[in-house]
Design a protein around this ligand. Structure first.
Ligand code: HEC
Length: 114
């Protein structure tokens, strides 16, 4: 998950760059905590999660803000992560030096379950 968030989201949702609506997507606990309006993830309920609704444009404004929408397969991956109860990715972003190692950071990959 962090691979997608690092590549497409943290430029607007991180400690370093400022967090749109208070939402940071650069840290596991911060993702779970949500933004100034509260949580954006409903555990095991992808369709009820504000984050998914924003990505699909069911809740507006759609995000990534002013950028191309996330591909369906990436949204589906995030959905399956939510349905799985948002498991922690043990290897995720321990040494992510955003913004300078941005690409490298994006390569820290998620173990993808079918
Ligand atoms: C170009 C900047 C930008 C990018 C990139 C971006 N966002 Fe956002 N995002 C925003 C802004 C600005 C808002 C606030 C919009 C509003 O509600 O007025 C927002 C709002 C949100 C919200 C709603 C927060 C809430 O509390 O209601 C979620 C969830 C969200 N973004 C998730 C994401 C995800 C996931 C990604 C990456 C796939 C992403 N964003 C990429 C700028 C961005």
């Amino acid at each position: 998950m962090s691979a997608i968030f690092n590549k497409r989201c943290i430029m607007c949702h991180s400690e370093v760059t400022g967090a749109s609506k208070g939402l940071r997507l650069d840290d596991y606990d911060a993702v779970l905590a949500g933004g100034e309006r509260g949580g954006v993830l409903a555990p095991r309920n992808a369709a009820g999660s504000e984050l998914i609704r924003r990505l699909r444009g069911e809740s507006i404004p759609r995000t990534p803000f002013l950028s191309r929408p996330l591909p369906d397969d990436q949204i589906a991956l995030i959905e399956s992560w939510i349905i799985a109860g948002m498991p922690h990715e043990s290897r995720a972003r321990q040494s992510c030096d955003f913004p300078f190692e941005f690409t490298l950071c994006g390569q820290i990959s998620v173990e993808q379950k079918p």
